[in-house]
Write a protein that binds this ligand. Structure first.
Ligand code: SF4
Ligand code: MG
Length: 309
């Protein structure tokens, strides 16, 4: 099946987002998901053009609103594979309020953030993930804000799949996307996806020298939990939440310490009941009810407990 659309990508030559769509199309094909079963939802930004270049269903929504739109699509038809293609500005600035709620509800969608640490479409303003000191068109003296930590945030919000990858390593990215899309529940992947036009610091060369896969190569021995578990030889086990958080908390060390690695790989994965499961259970039980009572409320609460499945 050909997942490429007739529209030629309009990204600048060398943009990290090219490999994101080639990896995604490879994964759709390997997982044998027909194009008509996929809905890609984007916000606004360079990254949000991604669905245009693929032959799946797609919507280009408002800035920061891809997640609520995607939730609506998934609830209307849980059979669909729903993917959000968003950027760092989109997801962690104007749309940031949606992230904790989508994650804690464990709605079965995959959110792919093409994180270039800059606003590219509007021509070079610093974003929530820009490092301190980065120059932009509105920050001629350098960025005075500290960057947010996407991986640590999504872990703390309760996402049941959290990973980071690098668009300069398509093989790694394809594997991570495959796991994320196959995961039943809220999956978040932060893609370090350089913008060669505007961000001259966080480049392909920079990341190529620094990225290390937490699942297979671990030069992270100075981190207490990593040391304690001696996971240097075996690699990080994604079912271990504490170590996932420990690794994630060091994600931005490289901004301040030139010797620090950049962790990529699957930080965390957990099978858990999804939002759609809970909605269908509650719907089933109460479809006949017209008037709410105290007794009904109590049985509603009981029905929401996992042991009620
Ligand atoms: Fe890619 Fe940057 Fe060009 Fe946007 S401005 S298309 S992010 S290289
Ligand atoms: Mg960006």
């Amino acid at each position: 099946v050909d997942y490429k659309s007739d529209i030629e990508p309009t990204w600048c030559a060398g943009c990290g987002d090219f490999t994101v769509i080639s990896s995604l199309t490879k994964v759709f094909s390997e997982l044998r998901i027909p194009p008509e079963s996929i809905v890609q939802v984007s916000g606004i930004g360079c990254s949000s053009r991604a669905p245009l270049f693929m032959r799946t269903y797609a919507t280009h929504t408002l800035h920061g609103r891809a997640i609520p739109f995607a939730i609506g699509v998934k609830l209307a038809n849980p059979e669909l594979t729903v993917i959000c293609n968003v950027g760092d500005g989109d997801l962690f600035s104007i749309g940031a309020g949606h992230n904790p709620h989508a994650a804690r509800r464990n709605i079965d969608i995959t959110v792919i953030c093409m994180d270039n640490q800059v606003y590219g479409l509007t021509k070079n303003q610093v974003s929530p993930t820009s490092r301190e000191g980065l120059y932009g068109s509105l920050t001629p003296y350098g960025n005075i804000d500290r960057p947010i930590n996407p991986v640590a945030q999504m872990l703390s919000f309760g996402a049941t799949f959290v990973a980071q990858t690098f668009s300069g390593n398509p093989k790694h990215m394809t594997e991570v996307f495959k796991e994320a899309i196959s995961h039943r529940g809220f999956a978040f992947v932060n893609v370090l996806s350089p913008c060669p036009t505007f961000n001259k610091v966080d480049t392909f060369k920079y990341y190529r020298e620094k990225v290390k896969d937490v699942n297979s190569e671990l030069p992270f021995l100075e981190y207490p939990l990593v040391k304690e578990k001696n996971i240097n030889e075996e690699g990080h086990d994604p079912s271990d939440f504490k170590t996932a958080l420990e690794l994630a908390l060091h994600d931005l060390d490289h901004y301040y310490n030139p010797n620090a690695p950049v962790p990529i790989g699957v930080f965390y994965r957990k099978e858990e009941e999804t939002y759609e499961d809970r909605v269908s259970r509650v719907k089933e039980r109460y479809k006949a009810v017209k008037e709410p009572t105290l007794e009904l409320l109590q049985s509603f609460i009981n029905a929401c407990k996992p042991e009620a499945i």
